[in-house]
Design a protein around this ligand. Structure first.
Ligand code: HEC
Length: 221
């Protein structure tokens, strides 16, 4: 084969034959590229992606697994008996929570008030007496001298709790009714409940107004 190809003096002098050149090329082409002893690293970003996924999965399970309780979501479960889920919140439970969290700051948990500043609710005629007067006190607040259990109080004002202009609380009629129902039977008190409808009726009839005074309350039935 080398006999048919015309001689090139440059290759002749190099002492290389076609065969040796071909095999030399073959050797070179078959070689893996030099890597200087390093291997390619997994892209660092994948490490973050996977750590992120594991963290997300853990958080998700923790939040939404429902502790793997079958009653949390059971697509084959039977619907509850009609009426079972409609049991209303006990107004006394709701009322006690409202009272303990808000009213007790001034009137105290035991309803005794603070001598000379906050009048007592336990055994107070305003609490166990006329529902109309009591609703007015809660919805609109009370200011000026007021006689409670034979002692006059006039040191501070009772804030308005109703959904009326100037009230910082804006409690719903249900919430007011529940709280009043609670204080009317708490401690030594034994008066009947007050409904949200009664509160709504009084609030709608009276509209927006400033705090009540004792004189105005006494004119109510
Ligand atoms: C910031 C303190 C404060 C908070 C909170 C407060 N009150 Fe009063 N309350 C007063 C003061 C002061 C009076 C007396 C006002 C006066 O002297 O005219 C009063 C008076 C009353 C009265 C009429 C007087 C009596 O003792 O019977 C009732 C009823 C009453 N508050 C119920 C409540 C209820 C229920 C709550 C919670 C929803 C509540 N108060 C939250 C300060 C407060």
């Amino acid at each position: 084969m080398s006999d048919q190809t015309p001689h090139d003096p440059r290759f002749d002098n190099a002492g290389a034959t076609d065969e040796s050149l071909l095999s030399a090329h073959e050797r070179e082409l078959g070689k893996k590229p030099a890597d200087n002893g390093h291997y390619k690293m997994l892209p660092l970003v994948l490490l973050f992606v996977f750590s992120g996924l594991i963290f997300f999965a853990g958080t998700y399970l923790n939040e939404f697994s429902g502790h793997f309780d079958p009653s949390v979501f059971d697509e084959h479960g039977k619907p509850a008996q009609p009426g079972a889920a409609t049991a209303a919140v006990d107004p006394l439970v709701l009322g006690k929570r409202n009272y303990d969290q808000t009213c007790a700051t001034c009137h105290q948990i035991n309803g005794q008030g603070v001598a000379g500043i906050y009048p007592p609710l336990d055994g107070a005629e305003w609490v166990t007496g006329s529902p109309e007067r009591l609703v007015h006190i809660l919805v609109y607040g009370l200011k000026g001298p007021v006689m409670v259990k034979g002692t006059e109080y006039n040191a501070a004002a009772m804030p308005a709790f109703g959904r009326v202009a100037g009230s910082g609380y804006n409690w719903t009629d249900e919430r007011i009714a529940a709280t009043l129902t609670y204080i009317r039977q708490a401690w030594s008190n034994q008066a009947g409940p007050i409904t949200a409808e009664e509160v709504a009726a009084i609030r709608t009839k009276e509209g927006d107004r400033k705090e009540m005074t004792q004189e105005e309350l006494l004119q109510l039935p």
